[in-house]
Design a protein around this ligand. Structure first.
Ligand code: HDD
Length: 701
């Protein structure tokens, strides 16, 4: 006979107050009594109700049925794009009143704070995909203003692949897993994607951006955000000004190396979400400044490109960015599903003082976001969910439907009505209410693509030529990598045929690295490619951080490591606002030279150097031999070197550097630290984030 199972959990609890059961005493203190959804106290949550000790489960077990039923329905459809994301709460603070250019309430009063919710995301991968996919990052901000919610649903790249929303399903189908095989996951390195891109010349500018390091950010905290489209700001007098929205990270820009991204996906697939969570939890709140590029119709008319074309930027050097406020993320979500998963962004959510333009991508988006939320959230009342509900008062006659949390009060649920103010409900306000900017529009109906959208290469060329040589090298490597995963040679060649219009040198490099049998002819541009002035603001390296604050050093330590060096490094990093994490052979920690116990955060194979911005190798003479025998210790050093990180090392650690094969190649990015050496100087050097000079000596694969 089967042994009877004891239910320890039940036995140890002491009921404090009655069976209606408010609280129980458990090991950690008082907890509320477990109930069903409708509040019935539960006596046994370990065993289903059975007919006899070993008999079948009974249908009348309502608690069991309710629990399993609810579990079966826990998932909602993931977003068709941007499925993997991570959200946080915070606020936006207006620096100065912008009442001269917009009537938007949140921009009226200097110093005023508006609550925000932000969700960062990747685009192509499924909900469970890894964070370091080479991909665009979503940067969606919901402002809960006093005149309704304004959603600025942007990306970390200021241009887009396509000009007209009607091509969005094709773009996304091509980017995501191929439909017959269901792979590859979260990657654009496959035939369908590059087939589509190479047949869609308008996407070439974006192709250059996504092959740059922008698509492998160090974390959400170190990337820019963009509203992409041209919007309008409208002031109280009805005057309109065009605007492009920019988010500038106060932390500076930073990306990782591609080889690092590949390894990070294995070492910590949650690297980006963990980074944001940890930073907020420890009080190091990330900040972005909101910048506006403002221009009028005259500027738009003389600009080289069409301001309604979302595949184009307006260089910052041409229309400077006016900084108007800052956003601080200071609170993690309490519940991932309720907030991050159920948040519903809509480009259609704008407020008086902000308006759309005729950008055909934006116009199409305005339909898609409303539509998709209905599918995802299961009914028309998703704005009743706390994360989506406005923080200002709201009154309307919309009623009923699935899961309506609140319905209109009073007798009237229609308008006009002749009931008195209380029973009759809300009325429109011609003064304060939203009015569309009265732009004159006329023309014959037709499926057009304006000829002002036809220049597909000039800005791609400008982007490429504005990068530092290091970044140009990364772009060539990225094209080579992605196209090497494309199985059809004709598609590889077709991509190179477009690159010839961007920069011949780039095309040559990629063609050679792919070992194309012959150079294809350049694709025929619809109009001549222009030579535009360089825009240094497009480079990540030129716009890096001013300090090492918020970054992390991984210190590889062993028993007997020099406590003075450890302490010196710790205090230099603390002074900079940076962090240190100890990596040791065993996670329990190590005993330093003076007997001090140093707690490790990671065991060496769980804490590879890709997790850190810079590393310190502080092994003791006795123990370093042990490390030389550990492959992950060797990788820790050789990877840090290959990823151009700054490396501090003690003399005792040299045998490990030798084993890692870098002892003969030590350069200015490798800093010997010992008695009397200046750790602050090492940390100052780390502000550069990477020692890029090294890269030239590392032969690309
Ligand atoms: Fe989109 C989600 C950004 C073009 C249709 N998009 C989505 C999200 C971001 C963007 C950040 C995730 C929001 C969140 O975190 O919940 N999308 C962009 C940008 C675009 C863009 C910057 C171009 C400038 N999108 C675009 C087009 C269409 C869509 C042209 C359709 C015509 N996007 C959607 C969507 C999603 C979405 C299907 C999926 C989940 C969601 O909306 O809420 O409606």
């Amino acid at each position: 006979m089967a042994k009877e199972l004891k239910t320890a959990a039940l036995g140890e609890q002491k009921i404090l107050r009655g069976t209606g059961g408010e609280t129980h005493q458990v090991a950690g203190g008082e907890v509320p009594t477990l109930t069903t959804q409708v509040g019935m106290p539960v006596a046994d949550d370990q065993n289903s109700l059975k007919a006899g000790r070993r008999g079948p489960t009974l249908m009348e077990d309502q608690h069991f049925r309710e629990k399993i039923f609810h579990f079966d329905h826990e998932r909602i459809p993931e977003r068709v794009v941007h499925a993997r994301g991570f959200g946080a709460h915070g606020y936006f603070e207006t620096y100065d009143s912008l009442s001269d250019i917009t009537a938007a309430d949140l921009f009226q009063r200097a110093g005023e704070k508006t609550e925000v919710f932000v969700r960062f995301s990747t685009v192509a991968g499924n909900k469970g995909s890894a964070d370091l996919a080479r991909d665009v990052r979503g940067f969606a901000v919901k402002f809960y203003t006093q005149q309704g919610n304004w959603d600025l649903v942007g990306n970390n790249i200021p241009v887009f692949f396509i000009q007209d929303a009607i091509k969005f399903p094709d773009l996304i189908h091509a980017a995501k897993q191929e439909p017959d095989r269901g792979f590859p996951q979260a990657q654009t390195a496959h035939d369908n994607f590059w087939d589509f891109i190479s047949l869609t010349p308008e996407s070439i500018n974006m192709a250059l951006w996504i092959m740059s390091d922008r698509t492998i950010p160090r974390s959400f905290r170190f990337m820019e955000g963009f509203g992409v489209h041209t919007f309008r700001l409208v002031n109280a007098k009805g005057k309109s000004t065009f605007v492009k929205f920019h988010w500038k990270p106060k932390q500076g820009l930073q990306s990782v190396a591609w080889n690092e991204a590949v390894k990070l996906n294995g070492a910590d697939p949650d690297f980006h979400r963990r980074d944001l969570w940890d930073a907020i939890k420890m009080g190091d709140f990330p900040e972005w400044e909101l910048g506006l590029q403002l221009f009028d119709q005259d500027y738009a008319d003389q600009f080289d490109f069409d301001v309604l074309d979302a595949t184009k930027i307006i260089p910052e050097e041409e229309v400077p960015i006016r900084i108007v406020g800052r956003m601080v993320l200071d609170r993690c979500v309490d519940n991932f599903f309720a907030e991050t998963e159920q948040v519903a962004f809509q480009t259609g959510n704008i407020v008086p003082g902000i308006d759309f333009t005729n950008d055909p991508l934006l116009q199409g988006r305005n339909f898609s976001y409303l539509d998709t939320q209905l599918k995802r959230l299961g009914g028309p009342n998703f704005n009743h969910l706390p994360v989506n509900a406005p923080r200002c008062p709201f009154h309307h006659f919309q009623q009923d439907g699935h899961m309506a949390f609140h319905n209109p009060k009073g007798r009237a649920n229609y308008e006009p009505n002749s009931w008195d103010s209380e029973a009759g409900g809300p009325r429109e306000d011609p003064e304060a209410g939203f009015r569309s900017f009265p732009e004159e529009v006329e023309g014959a109906k037709g499926r057009y693509r304006s000829e002002t959208f036809a220049d597909h290469y000039s800005q791609a060329r400008q982007f490429y030529l504005s990068q530092t040589p290091v970044e140009q090298g990364h772009i060539a490597d990225a094209f080579t990598f992605e196209l090497s995963k494309v199985e059809t040679p004709a598609i590889r060649s077709r991509v190179v045929s477009h690159l010839l219009n961007v920069d011949e040198d780039l095309a040559q490099k990629v063609a050679e690295a792919l070992r194309l049998k012959e150079m294809p002819k350049a694709a025929k541009p619809a109009m001549p490619v222009k030579s535009l002035a360089d825009s240094p603001k497009l480079s990540i390296v030129l716009n890096g951080p001013e300090s090492f604050a918020g970054r992390k050093v991984g210190a590889l330590v062993t028993d007997g490591c020099d406590i003075d060096l450890v302490e010196a490094l710790k205090s230099a990093l603390e002074a900079e606002g940076a962090l240190i994490e100890f990596v040791a052979p065993r996670v329990g920690g190590v005993e330093a030279s003076d007997g001090t116990w140093i707690e490790a955060k990671q065991k060496i194979d769980g804490g590879p150097s890709v997790l850190y911005d810079a590393v310190a190798i502080l092994a003791s003479a006795d123990q370093v031999v042990l490390l030389t025998k550990m492959p992950p210790a060797k990788d820790f050093v050789s990877d840090a070197f290959a990823h151009c990180k700054f490396i501090a090392y003690s003399a005792e650690a040299m045998p490990l550097l030798e084993k890692a094969g870098i002892a003969d190649d030590l350069d200015d990015g490798c800093v010997a630290v010992g008695q009397g050496s200046d750790m602050a100087a090492f940390v100052k050097q780390c502000r550069e984030v990477r020692f890029w000079d090294r890269e030239a000596s590392l032969k690309p694969v």
